[in-house]
Design a protein around this ligand. Structure first.
Ligand SMILES: *Cc1c(COP(=O)(O)O)cnc(C)c1O
Ligand SMILES: [Zn+2]
Length: 448
């Protein structure tokens, strides 16, 4: 069976096509973003049931590279890449956590959290980076003179790029906004041998510089305007539905910054629909931080157009973006999936993350944004309590230990409602017993 994929301009009046091994990020004719298109006719020759059976057989199997959540769907991702060029860390296959206690507090029985941060570099960015770095390896093997791969990052893209490049033996270059990412996110690319450029600007500033340096074709651009990453990230929705035995949930809630991830989620769902694997049309909710909410503002104006803003400092640092590259793709997805956009304050996101932690999660602040968005939409009656809801958790909380420390120290500039303060004591049995007596009188250990 032969399948095929290529880059295609997203401008419906243009639709210019380019091969996947061409170094190109935007349409040469009209300047729009590109997307990877697949030969759907060829894919349709296999029935929906047969695709499901194939994906189920490969899911988390030991057969390299198909045990990866991304490469288990290789025909839908990059059908023609040589398996020898695949750079995989067995990404995907992450837990879909039943948030029983958090859900019950909100009157929900069916709340699930897709823990995309339980992966090699600690964020969902691995799903896309495996595809991009594999394609780079393929191009290098074909003789394309790529010397390095570069990205601008709010922290997680650079961590993923650096580690996949390190595994493949390819040089990575990362441009980071100085002082605006967590300690873990900074030390990840440093450890993995990236050339780390720490710049006194914000993400949007790093982005415009990386666009300039990658005009040199020897330096390949790894930001999500490169649509190869979207091909890997689009497997997240497919995998969630697979984890529900191919029964699609009612609502997906996803935090959004540059908006590549929501574009990817929608692209995967649309592909399932075309190939007959989607049994219902879900809603998609994007949650943003109030401090960096250009999509939310556009939503309030009926998506007339993107008005870039200067993103303010937010605890949700990975989505501190004022000029999202994938705005257009995201709006298409939101229009297709009855979309809602919601935004949250710093206290709302921090409290929601902490409350989630008290019920068995370990949330990054962006997941806090999504959980806080859920709470707001339930209160506003925009989501029904009977619905089956999936919150996409984008990174592991351990990458944001600094945020959690400050929350529980109570040193953020708002009241930290669910603060859990350690009790400092002299090391005597008497002191410990006294402390236990009064603490256990005050509260049951499991109360939130
Ligand atoms: C990148 C990232 C996001 C935002 O994804 P976009 O594609 O930029 O919208 C959200 N959360 C985390 C943890 C991220 O690393
Ligand atoms: Zn075009």
């Amino acid at each position: 069976m032969s399948y095929n994929a290529w880059f295609e301009c997203i401008n419906l009046e243009c639709r210019e096509k380019y091969p996947l091994n061409k170094i190109i990020y935007k349409c040469q004719t009209c300047g729009s973003l590109l997307e990877v298109k697949h030969d759907i006719k060829a894919l349709k020759r296999r029935s929906a049931d047969s695709w499901k059976a194939l994906f189920d057989k490969r899911y988390k199997s030991n057969k390299w590279p198909f045990g990866s959540g991304v490469w288990g769907k290789k025909e839908w991702v990059l059908p023609n890449i040589n398996d020898n060029n695949i750079v995989s860390m067995y990404e995907g296959g992450t837990n879909l956590f039943w948030a029983e206690r958090f859900g019950k507090m909100l009157g929900l029985n069916n709340l699930w959290v897709k823990l995309c941060g339980n992966t090699h570099s600690g964020s969902f960015k691995d799903l896309g980076m495996t595809v991009l770095v594999s394609q780079v390896k393929q191009m290098i093997s074909e003789g394309v003179p790529i010397k390095a791969v570069a990205c601008a990052s709010t922290g997680d893209t650079s961590a993923a790029l650096a580690v996949y490049c390190a595994a493949a033996g390819i040089q990575s270059i990362v441009l980071l906004p100085r002082g605006k990412i967590s300690v873990a996110q900074l030390v990840q690319p440093i450890s993995n041998g990236a050339l780390v450029l720490s710049l006194d600007t914000d993400f949007d500033g790093c982005m415009s510089l990386v666009k300039e340096i990658t005009k040199d074709e020897n330096i390949y651009l790894a930001n999500s305007m490169n649509s190869l990453r979207v091909e890997g990230q689009k497997t997240v929705g497919i995998e969630i539905i697979q984890q529900f035995d191919w029964d699609c949930p009612d609502v997906f809630i996803i935090p959004g910054g540059n908006l590549g991830n929501v574009a990817a989620l929608g692209k995967g769902l649309l592909m399932m629909q075309e190939l007959g694997l989607l049994n219902k049309k879900p809603r998609i909710v994007v949650a943003q931080a109030e401090k960096a909410n250009p999509l939310y503002r556009a939503y309030l104006r009926g998506f007339d157009k993107l008005e870039p803003i200067k993103a303010e400092k937010t605890l949700a640092s990975a989505i501190q973006i004022g000029n999202p590259v994938s705005y257009e793709k995201a709006v298409r997805v939101l229009k297709e999936f009855d979309g809602i956009v919601v935004d949250t304050t710093e206290q709302e996101l921090a409290d929601a993350a902490a409350l989630g932690d008290k019920t068995g999660m370990f949330n990054c602040p962006h997941t806090g944004v999504a959980l806080a968005g859920l709470i707001k939409l339930l209160k506003a009656g925009k989501i029904d309590k009977s619905e089956n809801i999936v919150v996409i958790s984008t990174a592991h909380g351990l990458k944001f230990a600094d945020f959690k420390v400050k929350y529980h120290e109570g040193t953020l500039d708002f009241p930290c409602t669910y603060r859990n303060k350690p009790i400092e004591l002299p090391p005597t049995l008497e002191a410990v017993k006294d402390a236990l007596n009064s603490a256990l009188k005050e509260r049951r250990i499991n109360d939130v």
